[in-house]
Ligand binder design. Structure first.
Ligand code: PLP
Length: 407
């Protein structure tokens, strides 16, 4: 069945906004954050209008209701990811916090001098810096698997760097710069054979329906609700419960303790041990509404639609003289980074703004990858299923006009 993008767009009120230049918004910065559908917006208002109370500790109806909604959302998020019973979902503020929990809570007690952490050249800072910090503290070493000229993970280099000393492989499912989709099932199988754990940064894959945990034997999965059309400040770390229960917490305070005495404190099992203090209750409750919304979408049709947009965008960009696309992997999410000879990426993005087109320019929190590519930054177009072919064509026409002025 054909994907009815116009009908989908009716669910996203912001897509009808006009920008200061008087033109309707063309939102092509979905890798930074996705727009929110009506059910998410309405559920947020509803939570604060009818259900708001602090969770887990109130002996009254409203607190019980908020607690039930919060815990039901946890189950909904796990179900959305098809997580098996052995997995638990810890609510976090987003993929960054999830990855920090893996690096800091698992790393602190499981890494020692001589151990290795295997990352890839295409990682976001959120999957680099926490490991650097942990490597410094434990004496472990970071190894980095290379990418091919097409922007795919170089599996030969990955295998060469994976060995008996590798304790964990931590890798993006999809790159926020190149768009590359990594074959997590194969990577996880190789990691497992080497005796290493596998942590997957799913921040950029989950918005594109690449959310199936069932087929990959992974240990930790990090994602952000806001990139999945849910609220900001909310996300999850979905991981094997037995690993989580053996990890020491990193944030301490209320809600995560079993008993507190001056002589010492004992902690609750996961997920509570990682959720000290009052969490983002409404955000985490409404995260499940974003999952529910995505679950109702015909994912095959949506993916096909995104692929068509990606192809048209790529083909269109390749017609420009002096323009280079970074990331030509066979399997991609609809993210296209490009640079134009002699033109600064910031000039392109700010001139696109005059056409009401929102794109991102810069290093995209992937400075080491920019180093590999020999760049300071790129212009990045990142699409979602609510974008249209007309928007892609308008973008290409606008870019042609801009470059004729700038060059
Ligand atoms: N990982 C990747 C691949 C990302 O693209 C991002 C954000 O852009 C993150 C992690 C961090 O996500 P957040 O800022 O939602 O914590």
């Amino acid at each position: 069945m054909k994907f009815d993008v116009e009908k989908i767009r009716e669910d996203f009120p912001i897509l009808s906004e006009k920008m200061a230049c008087g033109r309707p918004l063309v939102y092509f910065d979905n890798a930074a954050t996705a727009q929110k559908p009506r059910p998410v917006i309405e559920a947020t208002a509803q939570f604060y209008s009818q259900d708001n109370a602090n969770i887990h500790r109130g002996a009254y109806e409203l607190s019980d209701r908020a607690t039930s909604m919060y815990e039901k959302s946890r189950e909904d998020v796990k179900n959305f990811l098809h997580a098996a019973a052995e997995y638990e979902a810890v609510f976090t503020s987003g993929a960054t916090e999830s990855l920090n929990i893996v690096a800091q809570c698992w790393g602190a007690d499981n890494l020692k001098p001589g151990d290795e952490i295997l990352l890839s050249e295409m990682e976001h800072h959120a999957n680099i810096v926490p490991w650097q910090f942990m490597a410094e503290r434990t004496g472990a070493k970071i190894k980095v698997a290379k990418i091919t000229p097409e922007g795919e993970l170089d599996m030969d280099d990955f295998r060469a760097k994976l060995g008996g000393r590798t304790k964990i492989v931590s890798i993006a499912h999809a790159s926020n710069v190149l768009g590359t989709i990594n074959d997590i099932s194969s990577i996880a199988a190789e990691a497992r054979r080497a005796g290493a754990l596998i942590s997957v940064d799913a921040a950029q894959s989950s918005p594109h329906f690449l959310d199936n945990l069932e087929c990959a034997d992974i240990d930790f999965l990090s994602l952000s609700s806001h990139k999945c059309f849910g609220p900001t400040g909310s996300g999850a770390l979905v991981a094997r419960k037995k690993l989580l229960d053996n990890m020491r917490p990193w944030k301490f305070g209320g809600d995560m303790i079993e008993d507190v005495a001056w002589s010492g404190t004992t902690f609750r099992p996961s997920p509570e041990r990682f959720e000290a203090g009052t969490p983002n209750i409404s955000g985490n409750v409404v995260f499940s509404q974003a999952c529910a919304y995505l679950s109702k979408i015909d994912r095959m049709a949506a993916q096909e639609h995104e692929d068509e947009l990606l192809e048209a965008l790529t083909e269109g960009l390749l017609e420009f003289d002096g323009l280079k696309i970074f990331g030509r992997a066979k399997n991609k999410v609809p993210v296209v980074s490009f640079a134009v000879e002699g033109v600064h990426y910031n000039d392109i993005s700010s001139m696109l703004n005059n056409y009401a087109i929102a794109v991102r320019a810069g290093h995209h929190c992937a400075e080491p990858l920019m180093g590999t590519l020999g760049l300071m930054g790129t212009c990045r177009v990142s699409l979602a299923f609510y974008n249209t072919m007309e928007e892609v064509e308008y973008f290409l026409r606008s870019l042609r006009h801009i470059l004729s002025v700038l060059r």
